[in-house]
Design a protein around this ligand. Structure first.
Ligand SMILES: *[C@@H]1O[C@H](CO)[C@@H](O)[C@H](O)[C@H]1NC(C)=O
Ligand SMILES: *[C@@H]1O[C@H](CO)[C@@H](O)[C@H](O)[C@H]1NC(C)=O
Ligand SMILES: *[C@@H]1O[C@H](CO)[C@@H](O)[C@H](O)[C@H]1NC(C)=O
Length: 516
């Protein structure tokens, strides 16, 4: 359907618009050549480089050798099966290379060194994916964390990687962080699940860099869900399920903070510490042009939380980060105890009051008791307990006794958090990451690589990245048709509103409608 409709659009002479054109991204994201082209150039199956399909045999040398053979252009292939890792690998200097992880990589449990199990550095035109959507990395963190060690390796870190994607992979039970993107650019991360133990220190996705689109991700941990750190510009995060997580955040921010143009939408959080938290203590620099839209949740401790006095971090030099032009809109659901923590907390530095803060259509009601607290301090703008204007220090606490319009649709299978005592099974990649929404791109397992724009080569003139949206959005107001899973409506959306047959435009909420 996808190819058919994109060909139709092309035939009709309609220009195709990249998905970033409608959001806060600054350019195209994803690899610049597709999987098929890489694989056609060279295949480096780790079995031909000394790989052994055993969860207790170290495959680090085989993986490194396969990478070195293909890093100038090709595909590193890890077939279905189990592969142990007891030394960590840093795969560096790639260009035009993919890794197709169809099997599962296991931390060999006697190997407990810190660092990162799989690091990718200084690489461009790169894709890390699972062609059968069954690829996973199992860190067996519980063996370390149950002993209170709370340390060990992180699973995956991309450092100075550009024009890349990461998708269809399960990251399971990391001893420390799951996926870190350090100073990366033009990336797309999607259709993946992260599942870890219920304790702090197990960050899900941490990202800093430029022009990165993260969508359709589920995170179960008890720390950062999808979190932006400084410096970061043009980051779009959407369709995120924070399930028994710390919740999504920005921070911790210290001296010389430099963050702008960050947009989160369609974020679902349950049993988290917060729905979104911006955190700093002292520090300097700026956070500006941020939009946090359509957040739904329940049973979270905090909901909307900007805290410039976050004492869990070391106080940074400076009189405070300057927060400017931050909009929170369309938040719904419930929190655990509205009198205790409250639905709105905006605590700005006394030395640098926040300006241009907008809180609109935020309707969170309490699950216990009958009041909901809002606290604003040195924060200027409109909505909730904010003051108009821009100068001076103040603190206002408002107590509400009713909220209407807070009901939300919840996600299926919300069961309790993992303890630390047992191995976490490798989950399947979910087929929804926000109530009522399907993933923006079909899973690899559902589309099949031959069917996917990135791998199939049947749409060879279109850019390789962003399988579904790249080729399916017509230009604004041109009246084209949207294909399956594409967006067809919602506030701020200006693409086609008609769906290709046999799909119909289904409204998920005021901000998003999709062809289903
Ligand atoms: C990344 O892709 C863009 C095109 O989108 C290109 O201009 C740029 O040179 C690429 N970067 C690298 C390091 O190849
Ligand atoms: C505020 O940020 C939004 C993006 O969230 C941007 O579109 C708008 O131009 C910014 N306003 C100003 C005055 O910079
Ligand atoms: C949410 O997390 C719990 C605990 O890890 C897990 O059992 C459950 O399956 C997750 N829910 C979904 C929809 O994956």
């Amino acid at each position: 359907m996808k190819h058919f409709s994109s060909l139709l659009l092309a035939a009709a002479g309609l220009s195709l618009v990249e998905p970033w054109a409608q959001a806060q991204l600054s350019g195209r994201v994803g690899p610049t050549t597709n999987r098929a082209a890489k694989a056609a150039k060279k295949m480096c199956n780790i079995m031909n480089y000394g790989g052994v399909a055993s969860a207790t045999t170290d495959n680090s040398a085989a993986l490194t050798a396969a990478w070195n053979a293909c890093k100038g252009g090709g595909e590193v292939y890890i077939p279905s099966g189990s592969y142990g890792l007891s030394s960590w690998v840093t795969l560096s200097g790639g260009s035009g290379v993919s890794i197709n992880l169809e099997g599962v990589i296991y931390r060999i449990t006697s190997a407990t060194a810190g660092g990162t199990m799989i690091g990718i550095t200084s690489t461009t035109d790169f894709e890390f994916y699972s062609g059968n959507s069954k690829g996973a990395i199992q860190g067996y963190g519980y063996l370390l964390n149950a002993k209170g060690a709370n340390s060990g390796p992180r699973l995956v870190r991309l450092t100075k990687v550009t024009n890349f994607s990461f998708h269809d992979i399960a990251l399971v039970d990391a001893p420390e962080f799951f996926l870190v993107m350090d100073t990366c650019a033009n990336g797309e991360v999607y259709n993946s699940i992260i599942r870890g133990g219920s304790e702090g220190g197990l960050d899900g996705i941490d990202v800093w860099g430029q022009n990165i689109w993260i969508h359709d991700i589920e995170v179960t941990n008890k720390d950062e869900c999808v979190t932006v750190k400084s410096p970061a510009h043009n980051i779009l995060v959407e369709s995120i399920y924070c399930n028994w997580s710390g919740g999504s955040a920005m921070g911790s921010l210290g001296a010389n903070t430099d963050i702008s143009d960050i947009y989160y939408r369609n974020v679902y959080s349950q049993n988290c510490n917060q729905m979104y938290m911006i955190k700093s203590w002292g520090g300097s620099g700026t956070v500006k042009n941020v939009k946090l839209e359509n957040f739904w949740g329940h049973s979270n401790a905090y909901s909307l939380d900007l805290n410039a006095y976050w004492t869990s971090m070391t106080q940074a030099a400076g009189s405070g980060v300057s927060y400017q032009n931050i909009t929170f809109s369309a938040w719904k659901g419930t929190n655990a105890n509205g009198a205790q923590r409250g639905s709105v907390q905006v605590l700005c530095p006394s030395g640098v009051p926040c300006t241009g803060i907008t809180i609109q259509d935020v309707n969170i009601w309490t699950e216990s008791g009958s009041i909901e607290k809002e606290v604003c301090q040195n924060a200027y703008g409109t909505g909730a307990c904010l003051k108009g204007g821009s100068g001076g220090t103040y603190t206002t606490t408002v107590t509400r006794t009713t909220t209407s319009n807070y009901a939300i649709q919840t996600m299926p299978n919300e069961i309790k958090a993992w303890g630390l005592g047992t191995a976490i099974p490798i989950p399947a990649i979910p087929t929804s990451f926000f109530p009522g929404l399907r993933p923006i791109s079909a899973l690899m397992a559902a589309s099949g690589s031959a069917n996917n724009n990135n791998g199939g080569g049947s749409v060879s003139t279109t850019p390789a990245a962003n399988p579904a949206p790249t080729t399916t959005k017509a230009s604004s107001g041109s009246g084209g048709v949207q294909s399956q899973y594409g967006q067809c409506g919602g506030s701020g959306y200006s693409g086609p509103t008609a769906c290709a047959a046999p799909y119909a435009c289904s409204t998920a909420n005021a901000y998003y409608a999709q062809c289903l």
